[in-house]
Ligand binder design. Structure first.
Ligand code: AMP
Ligand code: MG
Length: 417
């Protein structure tokens, strides 16, 4: 079972930076060990469990990159045209006959190079004379239009390293090696709870003072994008005893538990106390906006991340705490989110010492460069702000203001998940 070692709880601290939190998670979370074989297409999006070493060169044999005429090295025209008789035909999928000395060979893309030839003239660049001979222009370099064996990947090379989240192009490499399955880490099982007396589950009646629970579904969908097996654990009431026993009851069935709401320090915030009753807990006060305290805990060896309840805070802290935790638990190579520079089309003031994420849309300015337009309102409860924007402008701890025209880092929602 996955574990978060207890000493991470030495890091309660007054205010933890986002980078500190990510570093602690990466160094303290132990990955699950179970792996399984997945068919090639099924392996897309999974974490590769062992290195894939090239069993053969790619391409496996020297072949032509174009349709044209393969020419022996010694017949390559230097400063004037050369005319060669054509004999033989090299087609893709057929083993090549050796070229006759002094002759060109008709060749097609992907066909093995006939022995004795090393250069291919594109058919567009030659003429055929009345006698059916090929007229070759001067100036082509030896080796042109040929793909040598192993030019793409050499045998023995670690083509795909363990820990990689597999993408369609990785699947192509595995297939090119002749593999039919890949060794992947088993999917993480993650259970998601919402907490709050004000929440009604969609599909059930909603009392006047209630709102429908939206975070649970957002978080489950986010976890699905991280390729987790997600367990829907419903809504916990704001009551310490029942909350604690519900957490205890499910802990052993999951690799990770995620909760939302109830982690502030108000009287009706019971996640902290509930986790302390059945496990161990620290409350991380992260220097991040939007975001409030994030709880990290362990119950019966299973890590728990308690996210804030405001939907935008929940979204942002998921990206910075749950995402790295999921990656670490599944043995994935850490992939830091790298904001790309865009031009700010807004002004903004912030406190130094904390990182802020500004919801923004991208537009193309008149000069062709990308500009980030800030969503006009800032509330951490505004779902519309997440829907109507493309991503988050990341403003680092040391920044205190942004002026229109400044270069800022932009993270798209698509890149986060
Ligand atoms: P809390 O963190 O529990 O104090 O909640 C902060 C705010 O987020 C409150 O206005 C809650 O009603 C709201 N909230 C908490 N949980 C959810 C949820 N699952 N879905 C939508 N809003 C929520
Ligand atoms: Mg609450």
């Amino acid at each position: 079972m996955a574990q978060l070692s207890d000493d991470c709880f030495a890091f309660g601290g007054p205010m933890m930076s986002v980078d500190e939190a990510i570093a602690i998670i990466a160094s303290r979370v132990r990955p699950i060990a179970e792996t399984e074989a997945a068919g090639l297409v099924e392996a897309d999006g999974r974490i590769l469990a062992s290195d894939v070493v090239a069993p053969l060169p790619l391409p496996p044999f020297m072949n032509s990159a174009v349709d044209g005429y393969a020419v022996p090295a010694e017949e390559l025209p230097r400063d004037r045209e050369r005319v060669l008789p054509v004999s033989g035909r090299a087609q893709a999928g057929a083993s090549a006959q050796a070229a006759q000395s002094g002759h060109a060979v008709r060749i097609f893309t992907g066909a093995p190079m006939p022995a004795g030839t090393d250069t291919v003239f594109m058919q567009e660049d030659v003429r055929i004379d009345d006698a059916g001979r090929v007229v070759l222009p001067p100036g082509l370099k030896a080796g042109a239009n040929v793909r040598p064996a192993g030019e793409d990947i050499r045998p023995g090379h670690v083509a795909l390293a363990a820990g990689r989240r597999l993408r369609p192009q990785d699947i192509a490499v595995a297939a090119a090696f002749g593999l039919t399955t890949l060794d992947v880490v088993r999917r993480l099982r993650v259970g998601v709870f919402s907490t709050g007396d004000e929440l009604a589950a969609p599909g059930t009646p909603r009392a006047d003072a209630q709102l429908f629970d939206s975070n649970r579904f957002m978080l489950m969908a986010m976890l699905r994008r991280l390729d987790c097996d997600v367990g829907d654990l419903g809504i916990l009431r704001d009551e310490r005893v029942s909350l604690a026993s519900a957490l205890k009851q499910v802990a052993q069935q999951y690799d990770l538990i995620v909760t939302t709401g109830g982690v502030s320090t108000g009287e009706e915030d019971h996640v902290k106390a509930g986790v302390e009753d059945v496990g161990s807990l620290v409350l991380w006060r992260m220097a991040i906006k939007p975001g409030r305290p994030v709880a990290m805990g362990i119950i019966d060896g299973t890590p728990l991340v308690g996210l804030p309840g405001n939907p935008v805070a929940s979204f942002v802290t998921f990206v910075h705490v749950v995402r790295p935790t999921v990656l670490a638990l599944s043995g994935a190579t850490p992939t830091p989110l790298r904001p790309l520079p865009v031009r700010a089309a807004f002004s903004y003031k912030k406190k130094s010492g904390r990182r802020e994420y500004v919801r923004a849309s991208l537009r193309t300015a008149a000069d062709g460069s990308l500009e980030a337009v800030k969503f006009p309102r800032e509330g951490a409860g505004l779902l519309s702000s997440l829907i109507e924007t493309d991503g988050l402008v990341e403003l680092g701890e040391s920044i205190v203001k942004v002026e229109p025209g400044d270069s800022v880092g932009f993270l798209s929602y698509a890149d986060m998940l």
